[in-house]
Design a protein around this ligand. Structure first.
Ligand code: MSP
Length: 637
């Protein structure tokens, strides 16, 4: 049976002296090969010891220990509550919480490495780039909040014919064009609060140097060879056709109609075909390696058609990284680009380099995030390159679907991109966090494309943010200000929690917290947001049922009023902690006005984190605003 396990978490490599850790075990139907150490020459080439160690598949998230969060303190006591709720005794809240919390996983001890694609500098930034980066950012923030050591990488892909041509047209050097456009992407990431730890450019000297070293190593290991491609060439389009395709086109260019010419070209090839079985096994045995499953099925289908070796060099332009010792060839832009994930952390720079020392611990990547059109490169070509280099495979590749508009793909020819100017207008109007929230809850995180719709922006903003979260926070903080001079009171009376019929808050919040965390772990941002929203909606219902404004009129109900408002605000605080990765700025306002609590996310989501005596400001998080038109302009009356 073919196996390529990513589930046998082996943490032993973390404590070995092996700089990169164990490599993947490639087990195929006929043989099991643990890739051996590379030869001494190859080692010195990179200055890195790629030593074979304990066999281990692509790392999995591994078995996590379940940990129960301690629940509310003390016993509960029965109190009378105003109609319609009959207050009653609730005992042993702790037990319920422990039960509910049992599935909350402890943060992993391994560092977390999250990446976005590196974006082409010949494109202008648009909603798609902002979206992928926002998803990756929310994930990185979530993992940081859990106390993990996170490295979040983004950047720009700057080589290739198109960049050379665009620069030519403008009469400038490719490097000047790359500088200009790379800066645009970097600025967008900063404006949209993408908390990247490094912004790599494929023109960075340390990247170029390492790519060359990796390609040299591939050559030395005979994973790359010089070959010759023969085919029919369309001179106008600079494109090769296979015999069958050329025949189908009657040996004429489909664009110019001119005759194709028989031609051949020398190229360096990567032996992709050699990894056929291992790649098949990787996908067959590890359903979580590539998500969503629609993408996995698609890749497995393509793999079953058989793999050919792929050319990895070009001779028809100069703007790229030169092939080692062959100045006629530049390295194909995809090979150059994919390697950013390991050059940014110095894997090819050798043990003595500062980059390597600081960052090599982040490999293998925990999560490569991108859209579906580049899943082949990330889930087939990239693992094959890593196998050839004897490096561990990433834990997960997530390829989401596309933002589309009015049911149609966004494209240059249709001119229907939600471009940066449009995005910026929405951001100015609704606020950055509101747009981040919209992208997260309505975006194409799974296999379904998502329509960008200004009506939905307005609906989501009004219903989730203004009427639900904003309203609940403002009501609760306003009541605490009105009844207690802005000071949170205790939910306890005589050392016991005051509770209300059917309102086991610690258990309720714990259930939603678990759901949200499981969702974040899976990158299911809409579900994570929904879990937080459920808590907020519960607070609204609780207020409706318990009627604190009525309690306020009755001096004998003082303790209940204190507990009721404590519980409202404590539940909202927990919801805010869950929403922080999506809306860091708004939740910072919450933190300033109320306090999000101390410590890691696991600590902050525990019931009871809000301390009696805390001073609370009346908060108005989301102002009511009018909708915009499809271009993000004010609607004319
Ligand atoms: N340079 C390559 C990636 C190399 S990674 C080693 C590239 N760049 S790109 O500028 O075209 O960016 C593609 C990525 O932008 C997509 O994979 C996705 O992350 C994002 N999006 C571009 N258009 C998109 C949509 N319409 N919808 C959602 N995201 C999309 O490919």
């Amino acid at each position: 049976m073919s196996t390529y396990s990513t589930t046998d978490q082996d943490s032993s490599w973390e404590s070995t002296s092996t700089p990169i850790g164990p490599r993947a075990r490639h087990t195929t139907s006929s043989s099991t090969t643990t890739r051996g150490p590379i030869d001494a020459r190859a080692r010195t080439t990179l200055g890195v010891m790629f030593v074979s160690s304990a066999a281990r598949g692509a790392a999995s998230r591994g078995a996590r220990r379940a940990v129960a969060t301690p629940g509310a303190r003390g016993k509960s006591v029965a109190v009378g509550a105003p109609a319609p709720t009959r207050a009653t005794v609730m005992r042993a809240t702790t037990r319920a919480v422990a039960r509910g919390a049992s599935a909350i996983a402890r943060a992993s001890a391994r560092p977390t490495f999250v990446t976005t694609p590196i974006y082409y500098v010949n494109d202008q930034p648009h909603i798609g780039h902002v979206y992928t980066s926002t998803v990756a950012d929310a994930y990185a923030r979530y993992r940081r909040a859990r106390g993990e050591d996170v490295f979040f990488l983004t950047g720009t892909d700057e080589h290739g014919l198109k960049v050379e041509q665009s620069a030519d047209k403008r009469g400038i050097e490719p490097r000047a064009l790359a500088d200009e456009n790379s800066k645009k992407f970097r600025d967008v990431m900063t404006t949209y609060d993408i908390s990247f730890d490094d912004f790599i450019r494929t023109t960075d000297a340390h990247h170029e140097r390492q790519v060359q070293a990796f390609v040299k190593l591939l050559q030395e290991r005979d994973a790359v060879y010089l070959g010759r491609f023969e085919g029919w060439y369309d001179e106008g389009q600079e494109e090769y056709y296979t015999e069958s395709k050329a025949k189908e086109l009657d040996y004429k260019s489909p664009i110019s109609g001119k005759d194709m010419v028989r031609s051949s070209e020398e190229n360096y090839y990567f032996r992709l075909s050699k990894f056929q079985k291992e790649l098949e096994a990787l996908h067959a045995d590890n359903p979580e390696f590539l998500t969503p499953s629609a993408r996995r099925n698609e890749m497995m289908g393509r793999l079953s058609e058989g793999l050919n070796d792929v050319p990895i060099s070009r001779t028809n332009f100069k703007w790229g990284i030169q092939m080692p010792d062959d100045e006629k060839h530049v390295i194909y832009v995809w090979i150059d680009a994919l390697m950013n994930y390991i050059t940014a952390i110095g894997i090819g720079d050798g043990k003595d380099s500062a980059l390597y020392t600081d960052r090599s611990k982040y490999w293998p990547a925990s999560m490569h995030i991108m859209a579906k059109e580049i899943s082949w490169f990330h889930s087939v070509i990239w693992p094959a390159l890593l196998m050839a280099l004897d490096l561990p495979l990433p834990q997960r590749v997530h390829a989401h679907a596309f933002w589309i508009r009015e049911g149609r793909k966004m494209s240059k020819s249709l001119g229907n991109f939600v471009d940066l100017a449009c995005m910026d207008r929405f951001k100015e109007h609704y606020g950055l966090d509101a747009m981040r929230y919209y992208l997260a809850v309505e975006g194409p995180i799974g296999a379904q494309d998502a329509n960008f719709s200004t009506d939905r922006v307005q609906e989501v903003y009004s219903s989730d943010l203004v009427n639900t979260l904003g309203n609940s926070v403002s009501r609760t903080t306003a009541m605490i200000n009105k009844y207690f001079g802005g000071e949170v009171q205790s939910e306890e009376k005589d050392g016991e929690r005051v509770t209300f019929d059917n309102w086991d808050w610690p258990a309720r919040t714990t259930a939603q917290v678990e759901d949200a965390m499981a969702a974040y772990d899976k990158l299911d941002l809409p579900r994570a947001a929904a879990a937080a929203k459920n808590i907020v909606m519960d607070v609204d219902l609780f207020i409706t049922e318990t009627e604190p404004f009525r309690m306020a009129k009755d001096e004998t109900k003082r303790a209940e009023l204190e507990a009721c408002l404590y519980q409202c605000l404590e539940a909202l605080r927990i919801a805010a902690v869950l929403l922080e990765p999506l809306m860091p700025n708004k939740m910072a306002e919450f933190d300033a006005g109320v306090g999000l609590g101390e410590g890691s996310l696991e600590e902050r989501i525990r019931w009871g984190g809000l301390k009696a005596g805390t001073k609370v400001t009346k908060l108005a998080l989301f102002p009511r605003v009018e909708g915009l038109d499809e271009n993000g302009e004010a609607v004319k009356a």
